[in-house]
Design a protein around this ligand. Structure first.
Ligand SMILES: Nc1ncnc2c1ncn2[C@@H]1O[C@H](COP(=O)(O)OP(=O)(O)O)[C@@H](O)[C@H]1O
Ligand SMILES: [Mg+2]
Length: 367
């Protein structure tokens, strides 16, 4: 039996996904053990967690050695527990006797700085790190509309749209699925608001792209790519996420809805549709290999692609711990395939020469 480790920050995270994986494991001569990184005993290298018991269909408390194969589903925040777990996970990733399904991607700024020197550079919205409100004002003078997003952010959290009018400034954000709009009467007031925001955490500035449909709803294309049981990349599915009218985010966590890619494509003029299709094929054929060459091995990625009103196509975001909602919604018959995928890839990895895999990718670690 291969022990397939699933690592999360709490024992409740993603329970339905993890339960489904655990149930399927037995038929593949695997057993699933879920644990939290901070429960590793640094002296004994044993970890307290829960193993799925096939007979009773329940998770049982058990202490085991750290599994040799780990599926990392830790989502970090600014909290103490995240800060405690991060270095433990970095240490796990550096161990030669442990193989992660995927080693994660760096933050948005590092991703941008690396990808801008690759074949995909023309698809990246220009991004710069900003800590000085003066720079934001300069950019607003030139571009009029910008987006500010946390360098380490995800799920649409802390993203701001800022527009310069003649004298005033319009700021929009989304919180708890609602759009919040605010007007600052002058530069001084905007600076007063920007200062603590930019101080609190790292922010990126991007030009605001017109990524909304005719109903003024922001939308993007979300694509899930995974490796199969032979370690070969493939697409599992794609769908269109649409946000609320007048909003700025299409993230599902911000209340977005989903339609199929083909439904959306059929609403476009055929030549435009064909163009987008071809651009996507190009991006998706290059992206996984470029990422693995520049960073570390991966198992899956979720790619957010924006299509602007002028037809230009943008890689907005790449997630190494993607959700499955879009694919489950647009291709519900793929449920089992999605739950099996981590197990099959884990099995493939455990059969590979693990040392060889690590030596190829002697790179600095990131989460
Ligand atoms: N430069 C931009 N211009 C317009 N809209 C954007 C821009 N960047 C992001 N968005 C919108 O915000 C959403 C979230 O941005 P993203 O970079 O994916 O951050 P997160 O990691 O929080 O998901 C995108 O899906 C898109 O709808
Ligand atoms: Mg995103």
């Amino acid at each position: 039996m291969i022990t397939f480790g699933i690592m999360t920050l709490t024992m409740e995270s993603e329970s339905s996904y993890i339960n489904e994986i655990a149930r399927l494991a037995e038929s593949y001569e695997m057993e699933v053990f879920r644990f939290i990184p901070s429960n590793i005993n640094p002296h004994t290298l044993l970890v307290k967690g829960k193993k799925f018991d096939f007979k009773s269909n329940f998770w049982k408390d058990i202490e085991l050695p750290i599994p040799a194969i780990i599926y990392d589903r830790c989502f970090y925040g600014d909290d103490e527990h995240s800060k405690q777990c991060l270095p433990i996970v970095s240490w796990l990733k550096s161990r030669n006797d442990i193989t992660f399904l995927g080693y994660g991607l760096p933050n948005k700024l590092e991703l941008y700085n690396t990808l801008k020197n690759t074949a995909l550079s023309s698809y990246l919205p220009s991004s710069q790190s900003v800590s000085d409100p003066g720079i934001v004002l300069n950019k607003l003078n030139v571009m009029k509309k910008i987006i500010l997003k946390p360098t380490n952010g995800s799920q649409g959290y802390g993203i701001y749209y800022v527009k310069k009018n003649e004298k005033t400034f319009h700021v929009k954000t989304e919180k708890q699925k609602k759009t919040i709009s605010r007007i600052f009467p002058n530069e001084a007031k905007l600076i007063k608001w920007l200062k603590p925001l930019l101080k609190q955490r790292g922010y990126l500035l991007q030009p605001y792209l017109e990524l909304s449909n005719n109903e003024q709803q922001p939308f993007d294309i979300r694509i899930l790519l995974q490796k199969n049981e032979h370690g070969v990349w493939g697409e599992r599915g794609r769908g269109i996420r649409t946000g609320s009218t007048g909003g700025i985010l299409s993230n599902l966590s911000a209340g977005g809805s989903i339609i199929t890619f083909s439904e959306w494509l059929s609403s476009l003029p055929p030549t435009k549709g064909e163009y987008i299709h071809q651009e996507l094929e190009y991006i998706l054929s290059k992206l996984p290999n470029i990422l693995e060459k520049e960073f570390m091995p991966l198992f899956e990625i979720g790619v957010d692609i924006g299509v602007a009103k002028n037809g230009s196509i943008w890689i907005l975001d790449i997630n190494s711990k993607p959700g499955r909602k879009v694919v489950l919604h647009t291709r519900p018959y793929l449920q089992n395939t999605l739950y099996l995928a981590p197990l099959l890839y884990g099995k493939y990895l455990s059969q590979m020469e693990q040392m060889e895999r690590k030596n190829i990718y002697e790179k600095t670690l990131s989460h």
